[in-house]
Ligand binder design. Structure first.
Ligand SMILES: C[S@@+](CC[C@H](N)C(=O)[O-])C[C@H]1O[C@@H](n2cnc3c(N)ncnc32)[C@H](O)[C@@H]1O
Length: 259
């Protein structure tokens, strides 16, 4: 590795968070392009081709690759997802869930958006290795939740382990953009770490899993009232599903257009 003093702020911070090694200042500026996630969470860091080859993207999105991939798919099927529906996977990462969704849905009905170019690249490789290229998933890299780029409305939207890494203002942007792209009866499921009260400043140890969550740093926790405020700001309704047997105690919320 190059001289660590030469690492720029975002490279140092993502290195601390993810333990995935640092870059030189030049590398960093070129590869992370001062991602809007730097200083917020680890996802401003782009994985190298070597890291993708070693399947490090599977841990970068949280690990438990098979378990959480299948869990989210089973949840959406129980919630009414059918092969003819159009599904938007927000913060799809390297397609831990995407692989299952693409297999289940009709050709062209899976849409994934993520801020991290290298994770989308890794997801494309996962699709190819799973023999699913003929299902033509639609994948976009974008940092402003520009779902309109897909030119479609969605019956289902999902974000698994995404709000857990984001502060309120970015979640509200996501919800506002989601509102514009949901069909009239569409539904958007998203996971979050729950806090017992609003403005819960002390860290919470989430059981099961043992993850410590925080009020104002990654990973973030939110009360039901705070989620309701975010939904209201985006002109959406929210229904708290709660437990869905996530191994790290993430809860489920469902957002929909006001009736
Ligand atoms: C813990 S990973 C989960 C990925 C995927 N949902 C899954 O279940 O494997 C969080 C993902 O959210 C993405 N993400 C974080 N901030 C984002 C943003 N502002 N816009 C889009 N994606 C974002 C990250 O790049 C990462 O892929």
């Amino acid at each position: 590795m190059d001289d660590p003093d030469e690492l720029c702020f975002c490279a140092k911070r993502t290195t601390e968070f993810s333990g995935l090694g640092g870059w030189s200042l030049g590398d960093c500026l070129q590869r992370c392009k001062m991602s809007t996630m730097n200083g917020i969470n680890a996802y401003g860091k782009e994985l190298s081709n070597e890291q993708i080859k070693n399947k490090e993207h599977r841990d970068f999105v949280g690990g438990l690759w098979d378990e959480i991939g299948k869990l989210q798919m089973d949840f959406l099927i129980k919630s009414g997802l059918k092969p003819h529906h159009k599904l938007l996977d927000i913060g799809c990462g390297s397609l831990r869930g995407g692989i299952h969704y693409v297999k289940y849905l009709r050709e062209g009905n899976y849409f994934g958006l993520d801020i991290n170019d290298s994770l989308i690249k890794a997801g494309k490789i996962e699709i190819e290795e799973a023999g699913l290229s003929n299902k033509n998933p639609n994948l976009i890299v974008d940092d402003k939740f520009s779902f309109d780029l897909f030119g479609s409305k969605f019956d289902f939207m999902v974000s698994i382990s995404v709000f857990t890494h984001l502060p309120i203002n970015i979640i509200v942007r996501c919800l506002s953009k989601a509102r514009e792209s949901l069909t009239q009866n569409g539904i958007y499921y998203s996971t979050f770490f729950q806090a017992p009260t609003s403005c819960h400043l002390k860290p919470i140890k989430q059981i099961p899993g043992g993850v410590f969550t925080n009020y104002d740093s990654d990973p973030f926790h939110y009360s039901i009232e705070e989620l309701a405020i975010m939904a209201k700001l985006a002109n959406l309704e929210v229904n708290i599903i709660g437990d869905w047997e996530h191994p790290r105690n993430q809860k489920m919320a469902a957002f929909s257009l006001p009736k």
